[in-house]
Design a protein around this ligand. Structure first.
Ligand code: ZN
Length: 242
């Protein structure tokens, strides 16, 4: 039984469609979503509907899901970020926003696996895990050998008792007695300099994960962003993966 683990989709339907095609090709039967279905790109409803149709085993709430679902005042946001949140709020139904608001911040799949968007120590504070030091606090609250997360849009592996790969990896087999935090990268807005969509295939029986990078129709995603009047920067960054 293989799982696709995907997150930071950020309303990018072209990237999501390409990732799901690849997942099916890889024989994936189950799905886990590490959050941030919406934000930045132009297809929040379509992405939400696609994810819900997959009936994932676990979906956790990301910060952009949270902003879009709530009526939180955006005074502390930079104007571009606020404009994206407002646009997304206006393009979701009340039911969709309510559904997002009810997603858990973290969830344990089974005795081996935990899922969170940002960090395990204070998941609603939306801190970032970029390095071994920032991973340390989360490890304190991780009671399973494996935790999948996202938020930085940079795939990587942090092993409490072993090596750390802060920027990318290809394939890893879990060692007994180790403790892993695995960043699954971003489907809809990669920021590691590789513009291809990222997601992970997880085989729990083999205790193995593979990071996949998938080409998608970036030009169409960019055109949609500009057409609906979202910030130009959201379109430009897709081409460079930053
Ligand atoms: Zn994100």
């Amino acid at each position: 039984m293989k799982y696709a683990i995907l997150g930071d989709i950020h309303s990018n339907l072209e990237a999501l469609t390409a990732v799901l095609a690849k997942a099916r090709e890889e024989g994936v039967e189950k799905y886990i979503c590490t959050g941030d279905i919406v934000g930045y790109n132009a297809n929040p409803r379509e992405c939400l509907e696609t994810i819900r149709d997959l009936q994932p085993e676990v979906i956790v709430r990301g910060n952009h899901d949270d902003y879009a679902a709530s009526d939180l005042d955006l005074a502390g946001f930079n104007p571009q970020a606020a404009s994206v949140v407002n646009w997304t709020r206006n393009h979701l139904t009340r039911e969709e926003r309510q559904w997002l608001s009810r997603l858990p911040l973290d969830r344990t799949l089974d005795a081996r696996t935990t899922i969170v968007h940002a960090t395990l120590d204070m998941p609603g504070r939306w801190g970032y895990i970029f390095d071994k030091l920032s991973a340390a606090a989360s490890f304190t609250y991780q009671f399973t050998p494996v935790c999948f997360f996202g938020h930085t849009h940079i795939p990587g592996i942090f092993d409490k008792f072993g090596s750390v790969r802060e920027n990318g990896f290809q394939e890893v087999t879990f060692e007994p007695g180790h403790k892993y935090m695995i960043n699954v990268g971003s489907v809809g807005q990669p920021r590691d300099g590789d513009p291809r969509a990222a997601f992970i295939v997880f085989d729990p029986d083999e205790k193995r994960i593979v990071l996949h990078r998938v080409e998608y129709d970036i030009a169409t995603a960019q055109k949609k962003i500009l057409k609906v009047g979202l910030p130009e920067r959201c379109a430009h960054r897709l081409a460079i993966g930053r």
